[in-house]
Write a protein that binds this ligand. Structure first.
Ligand code: S3P
Length: 175
């Protein structure tokens, strides 16, 4: 069975929801940013500072390429991963890609929680962040299915995804 890949802008809940879905389906969860951090042995912000975004993106592609070939995994990708055409192609051909779609109005309420740990948000005004948010929507349009998460709790989103996968795959996860 193919792996599932979560995409979407920073802070939409890819990791939290991905972990819940993995638990409910008894599958292994892989956070791609975490894997990249392990390989560099430093946090993302440090990788950006020391080696630059290009090096981060190269490693990101390599790690995604590796994990997306494996079966039965639940992968959470960084919000910029789908900027790379190769990454989109690899994921769309090997995995089921789920886009977590949160609107700007809901997203901007979370900004305080994200800014320190997200290098691409640093030194940007709210207007610039909104521009980035809107510009990124284009790459997220490459997906198999999407869930609009405005107004939904994390568990509601995870349950919805698990239920739709059960219908598609005709599987019965053990709860
Ligand atoms: C990035 C998103 C981050 C992380 C890196 C770059 C981006 O992941 O990969 O800071 O360019 O959108 P999250 O989406 O998990 O925050």
């Amino acid at each position: 069975m193919q792996s599932i890949v979560f995409i979407g802008f920073m802070g939409v809940g890819k990791t939290t929801i991905g972990q819940k879905v993995a638990k409910k389906l008894y599958r292994e969860f892989i956070d791609i940013d975490h894997e990249i951090e392990q390989e560099f042995n430093m946090p993302t912000t440090e990788i950006f500072k020391k080696f630059g975004e290009k090096a981060f993106r190269e490693k990101e592609k390599e790690v995604i390429n590796r994990f997306s070939q494996q079966k039965l995994k639940i992968l959470s990708l960084g919000g910029g991963a789908f900027l790379q055409e190769d990454v989109r192609t690899i994921c769309l051909s090997n995995c089921i890609v789920i886009y977590l779609d949160l609107s700007w109005d809901y997203w901007k309420e979370r900004i305080g929680l994200l800014i320190d740990s997200r290098p691409v948000l640093q030194n940007k005004s709210l207007v610039e962040i909104e521009e980035l948010f809107k510009a990124r929507q284009e790459v997220y349009s490459y997906h198999h299915t999407k869930v609009i998460t405005d107004n939904l709790e994390v568990d509601e989103v995870a349950d919805y995804i698990v239920d739709s996968l059960k219908v598609t795959w005709n599987i019965e996860p053990l709860n």
